[in-house]
Design a protein around this ligand. Structure first.
Ligand SMILES: Nc1nc2c(ncn2[C@@H]2O[C@H](COP(=O)(O)OP(=O)(O)OP(=O)(O)O)[C@@H](O)[C@H]2O)c(=O)[nH]1
Ligand SMILES: [Mg+2]
Length: 369
């Protein structure tokens, strides 16, 4: 969709150089495009409209979990394994406290600065400070840009504090929730809504005591949930909770065992343990992610998730533009002060005033957004 007019009146063609550089694969252009979008600079919608006119191709992996659980260490380990296979990897870390550039994670085992100077890697950190609503939108767009740039693998790390871990589902195809023995019992995890978003649970720091107990608790919580009348509620990615009773079976077993049916095979949430510190369990972690991705492709769920994302995106852009439109309509209303006074004194209601303002907009003479 090239040639889309900038809604903010920025001059046409202002991004031509950047777009050319982006398309010819210059990393600096990707970094700059991200900055433009992140900063919401004038014309950034136009830039996105041009750069994102590609079908999605990247595999998007989300890693979330409480602060300090070892998410970055696992991302580094995963990215290193992908790089060893010759795949290029982009990472976006939302509001990290551990630095992705400079510094060393895990002592000498994996040096993030080795990764960050690797030309096959692209690492970007994003601050969440600012509006909550902007977080998910911008993160998604950054992931989209990395995809459009041509990275076949994009990993998103978000710190799970409240809503942010739920937002990761809007940016990622597969979500791994990282917990540590100190995370406490899994009831806590359920409270935080983690059960809804996890495709797999990773109990990291398994070199510390309590890892097996947490794994058992998580397994039990998943069983409990499946039996607690929630069986028909599809979780994130269409996980069928009825299937959780069979936790631990490989998906191939199901394919072999079940009769031919149009129903896509359900994914069984996996619980596995790692020690990023000791380099243990990383192969299982990677292959669980691979299995999930295969499941997404084979079941048609990946396509469904892309459709959902596209629908969400249309709605978000529409609502954002309508909000801007509404604000300027209100600002342009010549009678506004009079209406404000009448609402304040109870002579009329905000509803009546809004009907009037909307009447102006819907007649088509409202301000352009
Ligand atoms: N003992 C032990 N320590 C680990 C392990 N994995 C990571 N760590 C350490 O835990 C600390 C936090 O690791 P990070 O990978 O930065 O954790 P994070 O979840 O990305 O942290 P934030 O992004 O700050 O929320 C670091 O000091 C790591 O070296 C592990 O398996 N065992
Ligand atoms: Mg981190």
């Amino acid at each position: 969709m090239t040639g889309v007019e900038a809604a903010d009146g920025s001059p046409p063609g202002r991004w031509d150089g950047l777009i050319d550089d982006f398309r010819s694969g210059r990393r600096k252009a990707l970094a700059r495009a991200i900055s433009v979008v992140e900063g919401g600079r004038p014309g950034s919608n136009e830039l996105l409209a041009t750069l994102l006119s590609e079908p999605p191709r990247a595999r998007r992996i989300g890693i979330t979990g409480p602060p300090g659980a070892g998410k970055s260490s696992l991302v580094a380990a995963l990215a290193t394994r992908m790089r060893d296979r010759g795949e290029e990897v982009a990472v976006v870390a939302v509001d990290p406290t551990s630095p992705y550039s400079g510094g060393a994670l895990l002592g000498d085992r994996i040096r993030m600065n080795d990764l960050s100077t690797d030309p096959g890697m692209f690492i970007r950190s994003m601050a969440t400070r600012g509006s909550l609503g902007g977080l998910a939108a911008k993160t998604r767009e950054v992931v989209d840009l990395m995809d459009a740039f041509g990275f076949p693998q994009v990993i998103v790390e978000t710190v799970g504090v409240g809503q942010t871990e739920l937002e990761i589902t809007t940016a990622a195809d597969s979500v791994a929730v990282v917990l540590v023995p100190e995370s406490g019992d899994s009831v806590q995890a359920m409270k935080a809504g983690l059960m809804e978003i996890a495709d797999l649970f990773v109990v990291n720091k398994s070199d510390r005591p309590g890892a097996d107990r947490l794994m058992r608790d998580l397994g039990q919580a998943l069983h409990l949930r499946a039996g607690r009348g929630l069986a028909n509620v599809p979780a994130h990615h269409g996980v069928d909770l009825r299937e959780l009773g069979r936790l631990g079976k490989a998906p191939e077993d199901d394919v072999a065992a079940s009769p031919a049916t149009d129903e896509p095979q359900a994914w069984e949430i996996r619980v596995l343990k790692t020690s990023a510190g000791r380099g243990e369990g990383l192969e299982d972690f990677e292959s669980a992610l691979d299995d999930h991705y295969r499941h997404l492709v084979a079941s048609g769920e990946l396509e469904q998730r892309r459709l959902t994302r596209a629908r969400d995106r249309i709605r978000d852009v529409l609502l954002r533009r309508m909000a801007a439109w509404g604000r300027s309509a209100m600002a342009a209303e010549p009678e506004l002060d009079r209406w404000v006074a009448r609402v304040a004194s109870g002579e009329t209601t905000p509803y009546a005033v809004v009907d009037r303002i909307l009447g102006v907009i819907l007649r088509g003479d409202g301000p352009a957004a």
